[in-house]
Design a protein around this ligand. Sequence first.
Ligand SMILES: NC(=O)c1ccc[n+]([C@@H]2O[C@H](COP(=O)([O-])OP(=O)(O)OC[C@H]3O[C@@H](n4cnc5c(N)ncnc54)[C@H](OP(=O)(O)O)[C@@H]3O)[C@@H](O)[C@H]2O)c1
Length: 281
Amino acid sequence: MERKPLGRTGESVAAIGLGTWNMGGRESPDYRDDERVIQAIRYAVELGMNHIDTAEMYAAGHAEELVGEAIKQFSRDDVFIATKVWPSNLRYEDVIRSCRMSLERLQLKYVDLYMVHWPNPRIPLQETMKAMEKLVKDGLTRYIGVSNFDVELLEEAMNALKKEEVVANQVEYSLEARGVEKELIPFCERNGITVTAYTPLGKGRIPSEAASNTKKGRTLAEIAQRYGKTPTQVALNWVIWRPNVITIPKAVKKEHLEENAGAAGWRLSEEDYTRLSKAWS
Ligand SMILES: NC(=O)c1ccc[n+]([C@@H]2O[C@H](COP(=O)([O-])OP(=O)(O)OC[C@H]3O[C@@H](n4cnc5c(N)ncnc54)[C@H](OP(=O)(O)O)[C@@H]3O)[C@@H](O)[C@H]2O)c1
């Protein structure tokens, strides 16, 4: 699996990882599919998609439990585990408690990346970031990140940190969701921050569009054919085209996991990248 730098840490992460929203339930746990989900997470790691993204909110903690169960057979260094604290838990003590509870569910001593899931204007970022630094100091997370932060908030978060850096900002980015393209991605690039693109397949809408006879679909299909790739692989490759962007598509189906893993390790030409950008704008 192709790897990309994680912020300015000197470390690299898989260009394509795995998202876990909707695994083990949505807002509450649903245990019916557990075995299948565990197998899917294990298969993703075996395919090299070892950056697993989860959150305390996903299935009210059950997604983290499934990740924990799935990865315990691997060596700790062979997985990169990222999780997030929900905006109602951004007070100092709440951040610490949330992280400890996530670690318990994940059966881990530390996570690799701990992120603020969404900003909360009612709680000062200074307070939250102080807690995040304490987590790094105590060895509960290796790195600090944020999610759904615009440039202004990101700068505030960066300034609130004394010793550590914001290494990643997780935001929605795909052929159909381009809000971060003009300002946020270039800002992150200039400041050595990794952009983790979420919902890179538009929750499955982009693969469906690729199969349809629209201009968007036809452009994807035509480019895919020339590269000997599938339209979905081209759509994911487009997402990770910029040097500081990685992504975390969610997939449970075996054929989806295999297809997604094949979306990295090669590059669309600048001409094709631009053509796709225009066709989908
Ligand atoms: N920070 C945030 O606020 C935030 C918000 C949303 C999402 N996220 C993160 O980002 C991850 C990914 O986003 P997402 O789950 O919203 O949507 P997504 O990854 O764009 O789409 C997931 C859907 O696409 C399907 N799929 C996966 N690979 C496919 C393929 N090769 N061909 C056809 N369909 C395919 C999946 O099906 P199967 O599962 O059936 O294989 C699933 O239904 C989440 O799981 C979560 O970890 C973060």
